[in-house]
Design a protein around this ligand. Structure first.
Ligand code: NAP
Length: 263
């Protein structure tokens, strides 16, 4: 499992466990500990770092990846209110690049539908790609119906990822969206894999954790990583949590564990 990889359509492969950053840099938490946490994750090989223009923390992420950019697969997102016209998407991307102190993003996502235009989004993403400002583009919070609307737009079928909520308590997407994405080489990025922290108190996860000498958080993550094409991006604001989460890659859930989790 430590070698559990996810493959993007351009051939790039990454460790299936990355790092989220929502609420980093704007909570009461210690920013230097958050930076240390992200750097620890990178050192461990968790290449993917996920931010967004509306997290208001791209500067912090830029600081965390300083000197390590070549070991990071950097993801940011445009908010829908800026995705109404091609020009505003490009301006948003350039602003993110400046804040992140980098000249390209590995992946740029439309954060959610809102009042965005899918046509303008695709044309801006292709232009950003052509200009070398992003390597790949994708979407977030899109169901199968919305993905199909993207796919009929010229160039829309080059979408590389869809980032959606996915954890043991929020798994409806595995019946339609996950196979849809997997068949089309669209990486399925699982956000809130620890249920925004709530799953650490889940009794079943704790019980299964005892069988593996693991915590509930680790079992939640091992579960999110059990299928191919899933890139799980927990947010952890401390070195201790990052190290703990990384160890979830070594947990192999048994059929009995999966059965207990399903029930
Ligand atoms: P999450 O990763 O499921 O949970 C984060 C919470 O879990 C934090 O409170 C964190 O606390 C805690 N935690 C992490 N590791 C832990 C451990 N080993 N033991 C105990 N607690 C632990 O929720 P999320 O932040 O909502 O989702 C992850 C990422 O997905 C986000 O940060 C963001 O990058 C992305 N996301 C995207 C969207 C979207 O619309 N595209 C929406 C939501 C999230 P500490 O900070 O104290 O470690």
């Amino acid at each position: 499992m430590e070698n559990h990889r996810v493959y993007f359509r351009n051939g790039q492969e990454v460790l299936a466990l990355g790092q989220g950053t929502y609420r980093m840099g704007n909570s009461s938490a210690d920013k230097s500990e958050e930076i240390k946490a992200l750097r620890t994750g990178i050192e461990l090989g968790m290449q993917v770092i996920d931010t967004a223009e509306n997290y208001d923390n791209e500067e912090l992420v830029g600081e965390a990846i300083r000197g390590l950019r070549d070991r990071v697969f950097l993801v940011s997102k445009v908010q829908p209110s800026h995705a109404v016209r091609q020009g505003t998407i490009i301006t948003s991307c350039e602003r993110s690049l400046r804040k992140l102190h980098t000249d390209f993003l590995d992946l740029y996502l439309l954060h959610w539908e809102g009042r965005s235009s899918f046509e303008e989004t695709v044309s801006a993403m292709l232009k950003l790609q052509q200009d070398g400002k992003i390597k790949m583009w994708g979407v977030s919070n899109m169901d199968v119906h919305k993905m199909e609307r993207f796919y009929v737009i010229p160039g829309g079928n080059t979408c590389a990822a869809n980032q959606v909520a996915y954890n043991i308590e929020t798994r409806g997407t595995e019946f339609d969206l996950l196979p849809w994405c997997t068949q089309r080489k669209v990486v399925f990025m699982a956000y809130s894999p620890i249920g925004e922290g709530d799953l650490i108190r889940n009794r079943t996860l704790m019980e299964i954790g005892k069988r593996h000498n693991a915590t509930a958080a680790q079992i939640a993550l091992a579960w999110s990583l059990r299928l191919p094409n899933i890139l799980s991006i927990p947010k952890a604001g401390s070195v201790r949590h990052v190290e703990e989460n990384f160890k979830s890659l070594s947990i192999l859930l048994t059929n009995e564990d999966i059965r207990d989790l399903n029930s």
